[in-house]
Design a protein around this ligand. Sequence first.
Ligand SMILES: Nc1ncnc2c1ncn2[C@@H]1O[C@H](COP(=O)(O)OP(=O)(O)O)[C@@H](O)[C@H]1O
Ligand SMILES: [Mg+2]
Length: 296
Amino acid sequence: MLSIQNLHKSFGQEKVLEGLDIEVNKGEFVSVLGPSGCGKSTLIHMIAGLESVSSGKILMKDREVKAPGTDRILVFQSGALFPWLNVRENIAFGLSNVKADKKSRDTAGDKVRIGKSKKHKFTNEEKEARVEDLMKKVHLYQFRDKYPHQLSGGMKQRVSIARSLAMDPEVLLMDEPFSALDEQTKMVLHDELQRIWMETKKTIVFVTHNIREAVKLSDRVLVMGSHPGKIIRDIPIPYAHPRKVTDPNLVEMEKVIMESLKDEIEKRTKEEFGDGYPMEESGVFSGPDYTMGDGI
Ligand SMILES: Nc1ncnc2c1ncn2[C@@H]1O[C@H](COP(=O)(O)OP(=O)(O)O)[C@@H](O)[C@H]1O
Ligand SMILES: [Mg+2]
């Protein structure tokens, strides 16, 4: 579905990404996990077609990505809703730019039956039905007339997810979509996203610096190192969904990932604190919070 081949990216003299090879299969939930500044956003912007490639290739269904497209929709960290549109209008916004596809099963379920022509503009009726189903899917139907400033952070992010799903992309790209939310909201949204993913069978590429989040949600975690950014591990998380963070298997996976990042964290600490920082005594790799579920 999505194939990234020997991808390099530099900004001027700074080499940000080096030799990335990534394959994402249809329906897979893949997380890209790495410390801040390792090039995660740069990578996902390149997949979205918002940033150019220095060398290498990004292919979507064997076609090279050269520009943004409705087959790859990016959900930003901030949600980026239009403040002058209400929930319903925000979700409907993208639909004016996409065509209904006869073959594609509707993201919102089977309610919308598409007409005879292969591709056509959405009729108002189709649009309304799709938006209504999506509002229900993200549990925002009762807030459909509210404006972004009247919503909580978690609600805004759900609108943003619904708006992206409305366009029925082949791949949903998410750049730390929950990192600005409080812990409780984040946990609820993890369950929501997991459910939505299971229902829609979307392919998702999810960028995060949160180990626990990556382990809970993904089929596969691609661990990135930094300076320059590269994939250092590709770790399958072979447990059935829906998952609970308290599952001992997941806690074990968090430790495995933390272990794989040990050298990377040591390298970064040295860069920032110098050689003298007492890594072993610091508790970074020991103690009750060893798994550092809240981030790296
Ligand atoms: N448009 C840009 N111009 C110059 N440097 C950039 C640009 N975007 C990102 N960078 C640099 O690329 C590196 C990776 O940034 P980013 O992809 O945002 O990392 P992450 O999302 O993992 O925190 C950083 O050093 C950042 O300063
Ligand atoms: Mg980023």
